[in-house]
Design a protein around this ligand. Structure first.
Ligand code: ZN
Length: 276
C-alpha cells in the first residue's frame, strides 16, 4: 500500500476546480492535505470569501500546509511597501483562520530596481510581518524562484539568498519553501537544503518537474516524471535531513488544466506512488 500521508496538492494544480471540488475530490482520493491558493478564497479573484472558505475547510478532513501566496514586498515608494506589509499581515490572519501552517512568500521584484536593493526591502518587509505571524502561529516561508523570474516576481532566486534573510532575522517563524522546480539546477542546492534543515528553516517542500522543452515560463510545468529533475533524489535527501512536512505537488500547466481533472488526479497519484 502506498503511503499517502505526506502528500499535499496545491489547489492551483487543479485550476479548473473550485474549493468545493478540490475538497471533495482530494478527500475521495485519500489525499490528506492541500495547499490553498488565495484565488479560491478572495472574492476579488473569484473566490468564495474567507468565512465560507474557513467553514468548508474546517468541515473537511484536509490539513492545510500553506496559504499561497503572500510576498511582493519591494516597491518604489514607502506607501506601496507599507501596503504590501499590511496585505501580508492580512494573509497571515487568513492563514490563521484557515488553520494553515504557513504563508508562502513569492517575495517580489521591481523592474529597474537593483536586485540587491529589492532584497533589502524584502528583508525589511518580512521583518515587519514576522511578529504578527508569531502571534498568529503562522510561519512565513520564503520561496526562492528560478532566475527566469528575477525581473518582476522574485529577487530571491537561490536557497542562499533566502538563507541569508533567515540568518539576518533569526526569527522562529521565518523560513524557506523549497520548490524543486526553482532550485534543482543550483550547484549548492544539496548543501543549502542541509543548512536549512540544520537551522530549522525548512518549512515547505514543493514537487513537480522541469520539462525539457518548456513552452511557457509560468504555465508549462511538468508533473513529477515528465522532465529532468531527480525528484526522488530530493525527496530522499530532505527525508534524510529530518524534514517532516508534506510533499506538496504544485504544477501550473495549461496542458493538464485541459484534461479531465479526475483523470489528472489519478495520474498525480500514480506518479507520486512511484516516488514513495
Ligand atoms: Zn512552489
Amino acid at each position: 500500500m502506498t503511503d499517502f500521508s505526506k502528500l499535499a496538492i496545491h489547489t492551483f494544480t487543479h485550476k479548473p476546480w473550485n474549493l468545493e471540488d478540490c475538497i471533495r475530490h482530494f478527500e475521495n482520493a485519500g489525499v490528506p492535505a492541500m495547499s490553498l491558493w488565495r484565488n479560491l478564497v478572495d472574492p476579488a479573484e473569484g473566490g468564495i470569501g474567507l468565512n465560507e472558505a474557513v467553514k468548508r475547510v474546517k468541515n473537511s478532513s484536509l490539513s492545510i500546509p500553506a496559504l499561497v501566496r503572500g510576498g511582493f514586498f519591494p516597491g518604489k515608494t514607502e506607501d506601496t511597501r507599507q501596503e504590501a506589509i499590511d496585505l501580508n499581515r492580512q494573509y497571515v490572519d487568513e492563514a490563521q483562520a484557515l488553520g494553515a501552517d504557513m504563508v508562502v512568500l513569492v517575495v517580489g521584484a521591481v523592474p529597474g530596481m537593483p536586485l540587491s536593493e529589492a532584497r533589502k526591502q524584502v528583508q525589511d518587509g518580512i521583518a515587519a510581518v514576522a511578529d504578527h505571524a508569531e502571534q498568529a502561529g503562522v510561519q512565513l516561508a520564503i520561496e526562492p524562484l528560478h532566475p527566469m523570474y528575477a525581473g518582476d516576481k522574485s529577487c530571491i532566486n537561490r536557497m542562499q539568498e533566502a538563507r541569508e534573510i533567515c540568518e539576518a532575522l533569526q526569527h522562529p517563524m521565518v523560513g524557506i519553501a523549497a520548490d524543486v522546480y526553482h532550485i534543482w539546477w543550483d550547484p549548492e542546492v544539496e548543501n543549502e537544503l542541509r543548512l536549512s534543515a540544520e537551522q530549522n528553516t525548512l518549512f515547505g517542500f514543493h514537487i513537480c518537474d522541469w520539462r525539457l522543452n518548456t513552452r511557457h515560463m509560468l504555465r508549462d510545468r511538468g508533473l513529477m516524471g515528465d522532465g529532468c529533475i531527480d525528484v526522488k533524489g530530493f525527496m530522499d535527501l530532505v527525508e534524510s535531513l529530518g524534514f517532516q512536512g508534506y510533499h506538496e505537488v504544485e504544477v501550473f500547466s495549461e496542458e493538464y488544466w485541459g484534461w479531465d481533472q479526475n483523470q489528472y488526479l489519478n495520474l498525480i497519484l500514480e506518479r507520486y506512488q512511484a516516488l514513495v
